[in-house]
Write a protein that binds this ligand. Structure first.
Ligand SMILES: Nc1nc2c(ncn2[C@@H]2O[C@H](COP(=O)(O)OP(=O)(O)O)[C@@H](O)[C@H]2O)c(=O)[nH]1
Ligand SMILES: [Mg+2]
Length: 400
């Protein structure tokens, strides 16, 4: 299990007085926060569980903080805006051994929380309320979010982590403090829910989803579908560069090489309906394209690691290695590929100008071009890796 928490808070800071803290990030929710606090405290009293309701307010312009305090919540003012910041502050201040995060906009039912604790007692590390498996009140979730945004992000994170997530953007979830501490999200805004799922999946935490009802919001949401949707997509891509780029690139290169072999050694043309497909050309595109994507993947993973968004992995270890000459290795491959392509070109030219074009001149021509372009791409990749590893050896205290 990869451990990674840039700013892990110290144990002593939290007197473990209570069983459960209900943590409500709040920004201008005067219409609903009062009722959320009442529901939470009501359920704690009913269930006999020792707990508290914490409202982390981000300098709301309305009477949210006052109303929440009036209903018995512990109100914490977090000056810096952002749901992620409010969450981190709440975990630092919480006195509960278990912390349940929920929105304070009245869209979740905080008067029935047992469904979140039972799976934890049964060994789950985190419980997420799945709205898409629950009952969504008409008007509670825009069509685009319900049938495009949420399913798409959930599927993407499921594919990246190879662990099923059905509602990664859900605003209600529960876990022991130690798990939140390990999954400590770095993003400050609405990306934090996706980030937590990505890390939980990558670190093989046992995540259980329970169906929850989702009610219509009385006031305007703080979430802007396009800007926040883009921020979440960007976060997932940067955090998962290795999966999205590296493995896709390796797949492209593999398919490209197979196409080149089929196109040169095997049948030059493959009839596809009335069209005669020439695999050698697909190879000439896929191999150099794959190498370019590979370089992008290395860069994205590197910067994700340096920005603390992604844990160290084989890419970072290769680039930052003090023993393996990464620059020289990739440069060697590049120069060899380039030279081989050039040699094949010279051979073809010599043949062409003497005995005439050899039988599979087209295929061989495509192979030599692929080798030359792939070689150049690898040489560029070598310099990229060289620069990155230079910055590691000279500037990053924890690298290798
Ligand atoms: N403290 C704090 N809470 C926020 C911020 N943005 C949103 N929230 C709270 O996070 C929850 C979810 O936000 P909401 O606007 O409902 O977004 P949506 O549920 O994704 O449409 C609500 O309880 C908001 O009050 C913020 O910048 N700071
Ligand atoms: Mg909401």
């Amino acid at each position: 299990m990869e451990t990674f928490s840039p700013v892990a808070p110290t144990r002593e800071a939290w007197p473990e007085e209570l069983d459960l803290s209900i943590l409500l990030p709040c920004l201008n929710e005067e219409e609903t926060v009062g009722n959320c606090v009442r529901q939470g405290l009501g359920w704690l009293a009913e269930s006999g569980i020792s707990g508290e309701v914490i409202v982390v307010d981000n300098g709301s312009e309305d009477r949210s903080a006052e109303i929440a305090a009036g209903e018995g919540a512990r109100v914490i003012n977090e000056p810096e805006r952002g749901k992620g910041r409010a969450f981190r502050r709440g975990v630092l201040e919480a006195r509960g051994r278990i912390i349940l995060l929920a929105d304070s906009d009245g869209t979740y039912d905080l008067s029935h929380l047992e469904a979140f604790l039972t799976p934890l007692q049964a060994g789950s590390d985190m419980v997420i309320g799945n709205r898409l498996r629950g009952k969504i009140e008409p008007g509670a979730m825009p069509w685009l979010h319900r049938y495009v945004g949420n399913p798409m992000f959930s599927l993407l994170i499921t594919l990246i982590t190879c662990q099923h997530f059905g509602d990664v953007l859900s605003g209600i979830r529960c876990a022991p403090r130690s798990v939140w501490r390990d999954l400590w999200p770095d993003s400050d805004g609405f990306e934090m829910e996706s980030e937590i799922c990505l890390r939980a999946g990558r670190r093989r935490y046992k995540v259980t989803e329970v169906p929850v009802p989702y009610y219509a919001r009385e006031t305007q949401s703080n979430l802007h579908a396009l800007t926040h949707g883009w921020a979440i997509a960007k976060f997932i891509v940067l955090d998962s560069a290795d999966i999205l780029f590296l493995y896709a690139a390796l797949l492209m290169i593999a398919v490209g090489i197979i196409s080149l072999v089929i196109g040169t050694v095997g049948k030059h043309e493959i009839p596809v309906g009335s069209y005669h497909w020439q695999p050698v050309f697909a190879g000439g595109i896929l191999v150099p394209g794959g190498i370019a994507l590979l370089t992008l993947g290395v860069l994205a993973r590197w910067f994700g690691w340096r920005a603390g968004l992604a844990p160290e992995n084989w890419v970072v270890r290769f680039v930052a290695s003090q023993t393996l000459p990464a620059f020289e290795i990739v440069l060697g491959f590049g120069a060899t590929s380039f030279a081989a392509g050039l040699a094949l070109d010279i051979y073809l030219l010599a043949k062409w100008t003497t005995d005439g074009p050899p039988a599979n001149a087209l295929g061989l021509g495509a192979v030599s071009q692929t080798l030359v372009v792939a070689g150049l791409n690898l040489i560029v990749a070598a310099f990229v890796i060289g620069v990155l590893s230079e910055t590691t050896h000279h500037h990053h205290p924890s690298a290798g």
